[in-house]
Design a protein around this ligand. Structure first.
Ligand code: ATR
Length: 279
Protein backbone atom coordinates (compact mmCIF):
# COMPACT_ATOMS: atom_id res chain seq x y z
CA UNK A 1 0.00 0.00 0.00
CA UNK A 2 1.39 3.42 -0.92
CA UNK A 3 1.59 5.91 1.95
CA UNK A 4 -0.95 8.28 0.30
CA UNK A 5 -3.50 5.49 -0.04
CA UNK A 6 -6.83 5.98 1.71
CA UNK A 7 -8.83 3.10 3.08
CA UNK A 8 -12.63 2.70 2.87
CA UNK A 9 -14.80 -0.17 4.02
CA UNK A 10 -18.17 -1.82 4.32
CA UNK A 11 -19.57 -3.18 7.57
CA UNK A 12 -22.31 -5.78 7.16
CA UNK A 13 -23.32 -9.32 8.01
CA UNK A 14 -23.06 -11.15 5.69
CA UNK A 15 -21.07 -9.21 3.05
CA UNK A 16 -19.64 -12.04 0.96
CA UNK A 17 -21.86 -11.32 -2.05
CA UNK A 18 -21.63 -7.53 -1.88
CA UNK A 19 -20.80 -5.82 -5.17
CA UNK A 20 -19.69 -2.62 -3.41
CA UNK A 21 -15.95 -3.52 -3.28
CA UNK A 22 -15.70 -4.25 -7.00
CA UNK A 23 -17.79 -1.18 -7.90
CA UNK A 24 -15.94 1.26 -5.59
CA UNK A 25 -12.41 -0.07 -6.27
CA UNK A 26 -12.98 0.17 -10.03
CA UNK A 27 -14.11 3.78 -9.59
CA UNK A 28 -11.14 4.72 -7.39
CA UNK A 29 -8.86 3.39 -10.14
CA UNK A 30 -10.90 5.13 -12.86
CA UNK A 31 -10.65 8.49 -11.06
CA UNK A 32 -6.93 8.01 -10.35
CA UNK A 33 -7.48 8.04 -6.59
CA UNK A 34 -4.99 5.90 -4.61
CA UNK A 35 -7.67 4.35 -2.39
CA UNK A 36 -8.88 0.88 -1.48
CA UNK A 37 -12.31 -0.45 -0.36
CA UNK A 38 -12.75 -3.67 1.61
CA UNK A 39 -15.88 -5.48 2.88
CA UNK A 40 -15.74 -6.52 6.55
CA UNK A 41 -18.09 -9.22 7.81
CA UNK A 42 -19.09 -7.96 11.27
CA UNK A 43 -21.65 -9.83 13.37
CA UNK A 44 -23.94 -7.54 15.43
CA UNK A 45 -22.19 -8.25 18.72
CA UNK A 46 -18.93 -6.87 17.30
CA UNK A 47 -20.28 -3.72 15.62
CA UNK A 48 -19.23 -1.33 18.39
CA UNK A 49 -15.68 -2.73 18.47
CA UNK A 50 -15.48 -2.69 14.67
CA UNK A 51 -16.46 1.00 14.48
CA UNK A 52 -14.00 1.90 17.28
CA UNK A 53 -11.35 -0.06 15.39
CA UNK A 54 -11.99 1.79 12.13
CA UNK A 55 -11.79 5.11 14.00
CA UNK A 56 -8.52 4.09 15.65
CA UNK A 57 -7.09 3.06 12.29
CA UNK A 58 -8.18 6.47 10.93
CA UNK A 59 -10.02 4.96 7.97
CA UNK A 60 -11.33 7.71 5.64
CA UNK A 61 -14.94 6.52 5.43
CA UNK A 62 -17.15 3.48 5.32
CA UNK A 63 -20.50 2.07 4.22
CA UNK A 64 -22.87 0.27 6.52
CA UNK A 65 -25.35 -2.35 5.40
CA UNK A 66 -27.79 -4.89 6.84
CA UNK A 67 -28.14 -5.40 9.80
CA UNK A 68 -26.15 -2.42 11.15
CA UNK A 69 -27.74 0.66 9.56
CA UNK A 70 -29.68 1.68 12.68
CA UNK A 71 -27.33 0.64 15.50
CA UNK A 72 -24.27 2.30 13.92
CA UNK A 73 -25.83 5.72 14.63
CA UNK A 74 -25.02 5.26 18.35
CA UNK A 75 -21.29 5.31 17.60
CA UNK A 76 -21.17 8.43 15.41
CA UNK A 77 -20.68 12.11 16.36
CA UNK A 78 -23.23 13.64 13.99
CA UNK A 79 -26.10 12.43 11.80
CA UNK A 80 -27.08 14.33 8.66
CA UNK A 81 -30.71 15.57 8.49
CA UNK A 82 -31.91 13.14 5.80
CA UNK A 83 -30.36 10.15 7.61
CA UNK A 84 -31.97 11.31 10.88
CA UNK A 85 -35.42 11.43 9.26
CA UNK A 86 -34.87 8.03 7.60
CA UNK A 87 -33.59 6.68 10.91
CA UNK A 88 -30.67 4.81 9.35
CA UNK A 89 -27.12 5.45 8.11
CA UNK A 90 -25.40 3.72 5.18
CA UNK A 91 -22.41 6.05 4.66
CA UNK A 92 -19.95 7.41 7.22
CA UNK A 93 -17.25 9.99 6.59
CA UNK A 94 -14.69 11.65 8.82
CA UNK A 95 -15.18 15.43 8.59
CA UNK A 96 -12.61 17.43 10.57
CA UNK A 97 -12.51 15.40 13.78
CA UNK A 98 -16.09 14.15 13.64
CA UNK A 99 -17.55 10.93 12.31
CA UNK A 100 -20.68 11.91 10.39
CA UNK A 101 -23.42 9.54 9.21
CA UNK A 102 -25.36 10.00 5.98
CA UNK A 103 -28.00 7.99 4.16
CA UNK A 104 -27.50 7.85 0.39
CA UNK A 105 -30.05 5.07 -0.32
CA UNK A 106 -32.99 7.40 -0.97
CA UNK A 107 -30.99 9.90 -3.05
CA UNK A 108 -29.52 6.98 -4.99
CA UNK A 109 -33.01 5.75 -5.72
CA UNK A 110 -34.29 9.17 -6.82
CA UNK A 111 -31.27 9.57 -9.11
CA UNK A 112 -32.11 6.28 -10.82
CA UNK A 113 -35.82 7.18 -11.03
CA UNK A 114 -34.99 10.56 -12.58
CA UNK A 115 -33.00 8.80 -15.30
CA UNK A 116 -36.33 7.23 -16.37
CA UNK A 117 -38.78 10.05 -15.72
CA UNK A 118 -36.79 13.26 -16.17
CA UNK A 119 -38.68 16.36 -15.06
CA UNK A 120 -42.05 14.59 -15.12
CA UNK A 121 -41.23 13.10 -11.70
CA UNK A 122 -42.32 16.38 -10.10
CA UNK A 123 -45.81 16.02 -11.60
CA UNK A 124 -46.19 12.32 -10.83
CA UNK A 125 -48.74 10.57 -8.65
CA UNK A 126 -46.66 7.92 -6.85
CA UNK A 127 -47.58 4.77 -4.91
CA UNK A 128 -45.05 3.25 -2.49
CA UNK A 129 -45.71 -0.32 -1.32
CA UNK A 130 -44.14 -1.12 2.07
CA UNK A 131 -43.14 0.86 5.15
CA UNK A 132 -39.85 -0.71 6.28
CA UNK A 133 -36.33 0.70 6.12
CA UNK A 134 -36.14 0.82 2.32
CA UNK A 135 -39.53 2.57 2.12
CA UNK A 136 -38.40 5.16 4.69
CA UNK A 137 -35.37 6.03 2.53
CA UNK A 138 -37.44 6.23 -0.68
CA UNK A 139 -40.35 8.22 0.80
CA UNK A 140 -38.01 10.70 2.55
CA UNK A 141 -35.95 11.28 -0.60
CA UNK A 142 -39.08 11.62 -2.76
CA UNK A 143 -40.50 14.18 -0.34
CA UNK A 144 -37.26 16.21 -0.60
CA UNK A 145 -37.33 15.84 -4.39
CA UNK A 146 -40.99 16.86 -4.61
CA UNK A 147 -43.68 14.85 -6.37
CA UNK A 148 -47.31 15.82 -7.02
CA UNK A 149 -48.74 13.24 -4.64
CA UNK A 150 -47.42 10.25 -2.74
CA UNK A 151 -49.48 7.36 -1.38
CA UNK A 152 -48.06 4.77 1.02
CA UNK A 153 -49.69 1.38 1.48
CA UNK A 154 -48.45 -1.44 3.68
CA UNK A 155 -49.63 -4.82 4.97
CA UNK A 156 -49.39 -3.34 8.48
CA UNK A 157 -51.31 -0.06 8.12
CA UNK A 158 -49.99 1.52 11.34
CA UNK A 159 -46.37 1.33 10.10
CA UNK A 160 -47.32 3.31 7.01
CA UNK A 161 -48.98 5.94 9.22
CA UNK A 162 -45.83 6.17 11.37
CA UNK A 163 -43.70 6.59 8.25
CA UNK A 164 -45.91 9.45 7.04
CA UNK A 165 -45.60 11.20 10.40
CA UNK A 166 -41.78 10.96 10.30
CA UNK A 167 -41.53 12.91 7.05
CA UNK A 168 -41.47 16.70 7.67
CA UNK A 169 -43.01 17.73 4.32
CA UNK A 170 -45.96 15.32 4.42
CA UNK A 171 -49.00 17.39 3.41
CA UNK A 172 -49.13 15.63 0.01
CA UNK A 173 -48.64 12.12 1.46
CA UNK A 174 -51.65 9.84 1.99
CA UNK A 175 -51.80 6.44 3.67
CA UNK A 176 -54.26 3.91 2.23
CA UNK A 177 -55.15 0.32 3.03
CA UNK A 178 -54.29 -2.26 0.37
CA UNK A 179 -57.93 -2.39 -0.76
CA UNK A 180 -58.21 1.40 -0.99
CA UNK A 181 -54.92 1.72 -2.89
CA UNK A 182 -55.93 -1.03 -5.32
CA UNK A 183 -59.03 0.97 -6.24
CA UNK A 184 -56.80 3.99 -6.94
CA UNK A 185 -54.46 1.88 -9.12
CA UNK A 186 -55.54 3.45 -12.46
CA UNK A 187 -54.44 6.89 -11.16
CA UNK A 188 -50.78 6.13 -10.29
CA UNK A 189 -48.02 7.23 -12.68
CA UNK A 190 -45.33 5.36 -10.73
CA UNK A 191 -45.67 2.29 -8.48
CA UNK A 192 -42.66 1.41 -6.30
CA UNK A 193 -42.27 -1.94 -4.53
CA UNK A 194 -40.00 -1.62 -1.49
CA UNK A 195 -40.93 -5.00 0.06
CA UNK A 196 -38.91 -8.17 -0.37
CA UNK A 197 -41.79 -9.96 -2.16
CA UNK A 198 -40.25 -11.36 -5.36
CA UNK A 199 -36.73 -11.78 -4.06
CA UNK A 200 -37.01 -15.48 -3.33
CA UNK A 201 -36.43 -17.51 -6.55
CA UNK A 202 -39.27 -19.92 -5.79
CA UNK A 203 -41.95 -17.41 -4.86
CA UNK A 204 -45.14 -17.11 -6.85
CA UNK A 205 -46.21 -14.00 -4.98
CA UNK A 206 -46.19 -10.56 -6.50
CA UNK A 207 -46.45 -7.39 -4.42
CA UNK A 208 -49.15 -5.62 -6.44
CA UNK A 209 -51.82 -6.12 -9.10
CA UNK A 210 -50.95 -5.11 -12.63
CA UNK A 211 -54.27 -5.57 -14.46
CA UNK A 212 -55.85 -2.17 -13.75
CA UNK A 213 -52.87 0.17 -14.02
CA UNK A 214 -52.75 3.47 -15.87
CA UNK A 215 -51.43 3.00 -19.42
CA UNK A 216 -47.67 3.86 -19.46
CA UNK A 217 -47.40 3.45 -15.69
CA UNK A 218 -43.80 2.99 -14.47
CA UNK A 219 -43.40 -0.04 -12.17
CA UNK A 220 -40.26 0.10 -10.07
CA UNK A 221 -38.93 -2.73 -7.91
CA UNK A 222 -36.04 -2.10 -5.50
CA UNK A 223 -35.01 -5.74 -5.92
CA UNK A 224 -32.10 -6.27 -8.33
CA UNK A 225 -31.47 -9.97 -7.89
CA UNK A 226 -33.33 -11.31 -9.85
CA UNK A 227 -32.91 -8.44 -12.33
CA UNK A 228 -36.54 -8.79 -13.35
CA UNK A 229 -38.99 -9.97 -10.73
CA UNK A 230 -42.20 -11.78 -11.59
CA UNK A 231 -44.07 -8.54 -10.82
CA UNK A 232 -41.97 -6.52 -13.30
CA UNK A 233 -42.48 -9.18 -16.00
CA UNK A 234 -46.22 -9.13 -15.37
CA UNK A 235 -46.26 -5.32 -15.41
CA UNK A 236 -44.47 -5.30 -18.78
CA UNK A 237 -47.07 -7.68 -20.19
CA UNK A 238 -49.69 -5.12 -19.15
CA UNK A 239 -47.84 -2.34 -21.00
CA UNK A 240 -45.91 -0.79 -18.13
CA UNK A 241 -42.39 0.58 -18.29
CA UNK A 242 -40.15 -0.98 -15.60
CA UNK A 243 -37.15 -0.12 -13.43
CA UNK A 244 -35.25 -2.59 -11.26
CA UNK A 245 -33.08 -1.90 -8.20
CA UNK A 246 -29.68 -1.83 -9.93
CA UNK A 247 -29.87 1.95 -10.36
CA UNK A 248 -30.60 2.45 -6.66
CA UNK A 249 -27.63 0.28 -5.67
CA UNK A 250 -25.34 2.14 -8.07
CA UNK A 251 -26.81 5.51 -7.04
CA UNK A 252 -26.28 4.97 -3.31
CA UNK A 253 -22.69 3.95 -4.09
CA UNK A 254 -22.18 7.03 -6.27
CA UNK A 255 -23.41 9.42 -3.57
CA UNK A 256 -21.22 7.61 -1.00
CA UNK A 257 -18.21 7.97 -3.33
CA UNK A 258 -18.97 11.69 -3.73
CA UNK A 259 -19.41 12.16 0.03
CA UNK A 260 -15.98 10.64 0.64
CA UNK A 261 -13.98 12.10 -2.23
CA UNK A 262 -15.80 15.22 -3.49
CA UNK A 263 -15.54 13.66 -6.97
CA UNK A 264 -18.73 12.72 -8.87
CA UNK A 265 -18.08 9.20 -10.21
CA UNK A 266 -18.77 7.76 -13.64
CA UNK A 267 -22.28 6.38 -13.03
CA UNK A 268 -22.46 4.49 -16.32
CA UNK A 269 -19.19 2.71 -15.57
CA UNK A 270 -20.34 1.83 -12.04
CA UNK A 271 -23.53 0.43 -13.55
CA UNK A 272 -21.57 -1.59 -16.13
CA UNK A 273 -19.31 -3.10 -13.46
CA UNK A 274 -22.35 -4.17 -11.42
CA UNK A 275 -24.12 -5.58 -14.48
CA UNK A 276 -21.04 -7.61 -15.44
CA UNK A 277 -21.37 -9.37 -12.08
CA UNK A 278 -25.16 -9.73 -12.11
CA UNK A 279 -25.84 -10.43 -15.75
P1 ATR B 1 -36.36 -3.32 4.49
O1 ATR B 1 -35.35 -2.68 5.41
O2 ATR B 1 -35.74 -4.12 3.38
O3 ATR B 1 -37.37 -2.35 4.00
P2 ATR B 1 -38.10 -4.28 6.57
O4 ATR B 1 -37.78 -3.04 7.35
O5 ATR B 1 -38.14 -5.58 7.28
O6 ATR B 1 -37.08 -4.45 5.37
O7 ATR B 1 -39.51 -4.02 5.83
C1 ATR B 1 -40.10 -4.98 5.02
C2 ATR B 1 -41.38 -4.40 4.37
O8 ATR B 1 -41.91 -5.39 3.49
C3 ATR B 1 -42.49 -4.08 5.35
O9 ATR B 1 -43.25 -3.01 4.87
C4 ATR B 1 -43.30 -5.38 5.34
O10 ATR B 1 -44.64 -5.24 5.74
P3 ATR B 1 -45.08 -5.24 7.31
O11 ATR B 1 -44.76 -3.88 7.83
O12 ATR B 1 -46.51 -5.55 7.31
O13 ATR B 1 -44.23 -6.31 7.96
C5 ATR B 1 -43.23 -5.74 3.90
N1 ATR B 1 -43.42 -7.17 3.65
C6 ATR B 1 -42.50 -8.15 3.80
N2 ATR B 1 -43.02 -9.36 3.47
C7 ATR B 1 -44.31 -9.12 3.08
C8 ATR B 1 -45.38 -9.93 2.62
N3 ATR B 1 -45.22 -11.26 2.47
N4 ATR B 1 -46.55 -9.34 2.30
C9 ATR B 1 -46.73 -8.02 2.43
N5 ATR B 1 -45.75 -7.18 2.88
C10 ATR B 1 -44.56 -7.72 3.20
Amino acid sequence: MKSAEKLYGLLGHPVGHSLSPVMQNDQFAEQGLPSFYHAFNVPPEHLKDAVQGLKALDISGFNVTVPHKIEVMEYLDEIDEEARIIGAVNTVVKQKDKWVGYNTDGRGYVESLLSKTGDTLKESNVLVIGAGGAARAVVTALSFQGVRHLTITNRTYSKAETLREQVPQNSNITVLTTEEAEKENPTFDIIINTTSIGMSPDTDKTPWRTDNMKPNCLCSDLIYNPLKTKWLKEAERHGADTLNGVGMFVGQGAFAFYTWTGVWPDLQRMNDVVMQHLG
